[in-house]
Design a binder for this molecule. Structure first.
Ligand code: PBG
Length: 328
């Protein structure tokens, strides 16, 4: 390669047209999954304090939001429930209630916007009094007993019309067990998006506030979620999930783990998603609210970074705002 002064990299940066011409990565509405909080306690909507701009939506409002998603061209919505504390118990029984909030929301969204994919989290934490993702016995989160419950939960979601089952619990063997359970009931076309590399992260704080599990959570999730120090282990997690039947995989959190996104995509080449989690959203919003950064630009730059790292798409609370900007 010729060096300076023959080569001047600033030449192609000089004009808007030439910058567009040499641009390597693009963000499109097709890359966005709208992470949406639904609640069985609110009539319409209620703000999430730690996530300015995000609201807990009633089932009715979620259906209206799904119509907006369809209008904006957002391919899919990922649902997260805020459950009435009165319905929570140690076993997370409400997670398998066929008439519960999540099945209701799936049906309402599918009715309102049939062209929008619905992705549902599989894990018990929104439904348990202790805030853990699984069944707890003597202070331990039991793996195999939890997997049984998760299979039931996945079936309840599939029967309600969920398109994509997304286990976020990090139990061993759950992807294969859920695949078998779905197939045994004729749901062989329901997809699995596994939270394959999910880390025990501080960035989930505002989410736990949003779904109402923050105060409840006893201890931490380090015995099932991954150590932020590890990368080889992430590849093993992804490999196992692929062997067990995952159609797509996710890395979570997002921006602090772009190295993992890049390695997973490079190694396996399957559809790979990143979750820009609640804490990442809150940091951008908080700095923007203080006038410390340009919130809109930071939002778009962060979303583009996922694409540059190799992600096929991003689960993000910014989805409707980013989609609107991409259209403008
Ligand atoms: C739990 C779950 C979490 C998130 C999605 N599913 C949090 C956790 O593991 O405690 C986090 C989402 C976010 O922070 O936006 N199964």
């Amino acid at each position: 390669m010729a060096s300076f002064p023959t080569t001047r990299l600033r030449r192609t940066r000089a004009h808007d047209w030439s910058r567009r011409l040499v641009r390597e990565t693009r963000l499109s509405v097709d890359d966005l999954v709208w992470t949406m909080i639904v609640s069985d306690r609110v009539d319409a909507s209620e703000p999430v304090e730690s996530m300015p701009g995000v609201e807990r939506l009633s089932v009715h409002m979620a259906a209206t939001a799904a119509e907006e998603a369809e209008r904006l061209g957002i391919p899919a919505i990922a649902l997260f429930p805020n459950i009435d504390p009165a319905k929570k118990d140690a076993a997370g029984s409400e997670a398998v209630n066929a008439d519960g909030l999540v099945p209701d929301a799936i049906k309402a969204i599918k009715d309102a916007a049939p062209g929008v994919g619905v992705i549902c989290d599989v894990a018990l934490d929104p439904f348990t009094t202790h805030g853990h993702d699984g069944v707890v016995e003597d202070g331990r989160v039991l793996n195999d007993a939890t997997v049984e419950r998760l299979c039931e939960q996945a079936l309840v979601q599939a029967r309600a019309g969920c398109d994509v089952i997304a286990p976020s619990d990090m139990m061993d063997g759950r992807v294969g067990a859920i695949r078998d359970a779905l197939d045994a009931e004729g749901f062989e076309d329901v997809m699995i998006l596994s939270y394959a590399a999910k880390y025990a992260s501080a960035f989930y704080g505002p989410y736990r506030d949003a779904i109402g599990s923050a105060k409840a959570l006893a201890g931490d999730k380090k015995t099932y979620q991954m150590d932020p120090a590890n990368t080889d282990e992430a590849l093993r997690e992804v490999e196992l999930d692929i062997e067990e039947g995952a159609d797509m995989v996710m890395v979570k959190p997002g921006l602090p783990y772009l190295d993992i996104v890049a390695r997973v995509k490079e190694t396996f080449g399957l559809p790979t998603y990143a979750f820009q989690v609640s804490g990442e959203y809150a940091m951008i919003e908080a700095a923007a609210a203080n006038g410390w950064i340009d919130g809109e630009r930071a939002m778009m730059e962060s979303l583009l970074a996922f694409k540059r790292a190799g992600a096929d798409g991003v689960l993000t609370y910014f989805a409707p705002r980013a989609a609107q900007l991409l259209h403008d």
